[in-house]
Ligand binder design. Structure first.
Ligand SMILES: [Zn+2]
Length: 470
């Protein structure tokens, strides 16, 4: 009789355990998304409605949240490849290393493990698909800059779904005889779709790479190959929300799936200290999260959504010297700071020495709302004009950050709009500030509280398979 009870307890335990295993896992990573990037966006949305407070993003309404420490094996302040490696595999590594431990041995990712266990696996991003964060889920190379070999390992991963901007460095710079990454992907059985409409016609393909419709940004630059931002983009431009929809369509043919989604441009905007663009990227991510959340609502007992960030970027601060924020002013910014700079550069090239301040002012009005939606004092006008004079004398020293290089004048405009909105930035690099984690669904409670970034992947793996991740 005793043995019978023990057996029954065993059976009940396994039923409970099985019921606690998610079949559908979404793992979102906001690159550079610190707590304040989230709060900036929520407070901006409330200000647009004419009130002080927040308009909650989808992720902050999840029932469980916490914070992660992000230091790497080599530095107090991690880079994206060491953080990506850790979020993917649970192993801390040296900054700049990608999918390997400090001694160079592979840091096997939760995506690889689940693929081996028979799960369908997708890796997606709003930047190039061989960038540091997505790469950490499928590649093992000494350096994150080795884009060609990261891309090569993508094509050999046998994962079911990839999506993003494009490949950076699709040709091997060091050996012109090596095949192009796009050709290599097709040889490995991948179907390449260009944009969402094209995807819909090819969606039955068992191995899919979904990319933006055209190459757009310079694919040979570290910041190239991204999805276009919402500012004035083409109607057929691929969005992160469409990527999640496509990912679900492709992967849900299988019994179980894992989909990693990186919102990769928050970091790029924060490196440039461009607050309005951070908000734009956060809202794009929010739409993508909403797609996954809608899926969760249809499958609440089988789905897990975990959202976090690899590190904070910029030391973004809400509040500069007074008790007010004026975030609503940021709605006047209609383009990124890079695009503003491009417009000013175009004027310089077109008019040279004949360029008039009034023409530049017009661009500042169109792009940043200066002298219109945003009032400019005589002192501020004089300071901007001083930069114009320096530029016209050919003495402009460009301001360089990781993904961007802009004229002093464009930088002065960007600094001014931050000052007006009362948004502060402490650096154009990363910080060691902790990052938020949000979770909903099966096992979501495991992510509540303070954790280390090395704990996320093993926890996901344990929840998915019931096994400890080696
Ligand atoms: Zn990063």
């Amino acid at each position: 009789m005793k043995r019978f009870y023990l057996l029954m307890i065993g059976v009940l335990c396994s039923i409970v355990l099985l019921a606690q295993q998610p079949k559908y896992i979404f793992y979102f990573i906001g690159d550079g998304m610190g707590v304040n990037a989230v709060t900036l966006t929520e407070m901006y949305m409330a200000e647009l409605q004419g009130r002080i407070g927040i308009e909650p993003l989808c992720m902050t309404q999840f029932p469980y949240s916490g914070q992660l420490r992000t230091f790497s094996a080599s530095h107090s302040i991690t880079d994206s490849s060491a953080a990506g490696t850790c979020l993917a595999s649970g192993k801390k590594t040296t900054n700049h290393m990608e999918g390997v431990t400090p001694d160079g041995s592979p840091a096997v990712s939760v995506a690889e493990k689940l693929k081996q266990e028979g799960w369908a696996v997708g890796v997606s991003t709003s930047v190039s698909i061989n960038h540091a964060t997505p790469g950490a889920f499928y590649a093992h190379v000494e350096s994150r800059s080795d884009y060609y070999h990261i891309g090569q390992q993508l094509t050999q991963s046998n994962y079911d779904f990839f999506a993003g901007g494009t490949f950076i460095n699709p040709n091997n710079k060091n050996n012109a005889d090596d095949p192009n990454l796009y050709d290599m992907a097709e040889q490995e059985g991948y179907v390449i779709a260009r944009g969402y409409a094209d995807f819909l016609t090819k969606q039955d393909a068992p191995k899919m790479i979904l990319l933006q419709p055209n190459e757009g940004l310079d694919k040979n630059k570290a910041g190239g190959g991204c999805l276009p931002r919402s500012f004035g983009r083409d109607e057929d431009a691929l969005t992160l929300a469409q990527i999640v929809e496509a990912g679900i369509m492709s992967l849900s043919r299988n019994e179980k799936f894992f989909l990693m989604v990186e919102a990769g441009q928050i970091d790029m905007a924060a490196h440039s200290n461009d607050a309005a663009t951070v908000i734009d990227d956060m809202l794009e991510m929010n739409k993508a999260v909403q797609v996954a959340y809608d899926f969760y609502l249809q499958h609440p007992d089988e789905t897990l959504i975990v959202i976090t960030a690899d590190h904070e970027t910029g030391g973004l601060t809400l509040g500069v010297g007074s008790s007010s924020l004026k975030l609503k002013l940021l709605q006047n910014q209609k383009v990124t700071s890079d695009t503003l700079n491009e417009h000013i550069t175009n004027l310089c090239e077109q008019y040279g020495k004949r360029l008039k301040w009034e023409q530049v002012k017009q661009v500042l009005t169109q792009d940043f709302g200066f002298y219109a939606g945003i009032e400019i004092t005589p002192e501020e006008d004089a300071a901007l004009r001083k930069q114009f004079v320096i530029m016209q004398k050919g003495k402009d020293k460009s301001v360089k950050t990781l993904y961007s290089e802009i004229k002093q004048l464009s930088n002065a405009a960007l600094k001014l709009i931050n000052k007006k909105a009362k948004v502060g930035w402490i650096t154009t690099s990363h910080t060691a500030n902790p990052v938020p984690v949000f979770a909903v669904g099966v096992g979501a409670e495991r992510f509540a509280g303070w954790h280390d970034n090395s704990e996320v992947a093993p926890t996901i793996h344990k929840l998915a398979t019931g096994k400890v991740m080696e």
